[in-house]
Design a protein around this ligand. Structure first.
Ligand code: PNS
Length: 162
């Protein structure tokens, strides 16, 4: 059983994330999406909300599971018997960040492996930050996040302004 792990903050989950998950799920037997914490970020959505958004967005895929963790990535990697971490890349700066993260994780766990998936052209400008910025000012985010979570994301971003 080949298990890949797709970790991220997913604050919120975007169409770009879902496309990477869909493509990665075709490369392995089981894909685990891990909703995690990044110490450099202060998420707008709670861990439960982020997990729920991922679940709602990927329900049509039989071999994708969702978990939530506030621990180290390598611990999940080991515990879940993963053979690679999947990350989507949009740009050269994403690539550098991923290369550094891979090296750091490999120091913690030498057999750690990463599969980098370049994002689709038409999704290269979508990021969770852009969704939050556009949503904050009441712009249309329906092309940026999966249809299943548009209302949830809109409501949260609007209620923060009140
Ligand atoms: O979506 P993001 O913010 O780019 O995802 C980054 C994430 C959550 C995968 C990364 O910060 C992470 O692995 N966090 C868990 C803690 C950890 O293991 N950090 C060491 C990474 S070198």
């Amino acid at each position: 059983m080949k298990t890949y792990l797709f970790p991220g903050t997913f604050d919120p989950f975007t169409r770009g994330h879902r496309d990477i998950a869909r493509r990665a799920s075709g490369l392995c037997d089981r894909l685990i999406i891990a909703v995690m914490e990044n110490s450099a970020k202060k998420p707008v959505f709670t861990p439960d909300e982020r997990e729920q958004m991922v679940r709602l967005s990927i329900s049509e895929y039989d071999n994708i599971e969702v978990i939530k963790s506030s621990g180290l990535l390598v611990d999940i990697y080991k515990d879940m018997g993963c053979c690679a971490v999947v990350r989507g890349i949009r740009s050269e700066s994403d690539f550098r960040y991923e290369a550094e993260m891979t090296l750091a994780n490999r120091l913690l766990y030498p057999s750690y492996e990463t599969v980098l998936i370049p994002c689709r052209d038409d999704m290269s400008l979508i990021s969770s930050s852009i969704v939050k910025e556009v949503g904050h000012y009441g712009g249309d985010i329906s092309k940026m996040v999966p249809a299943e979570i548009v209302e949830m994301v809109k409501n949260k971003l609007t209620e923060r302004k009140l």
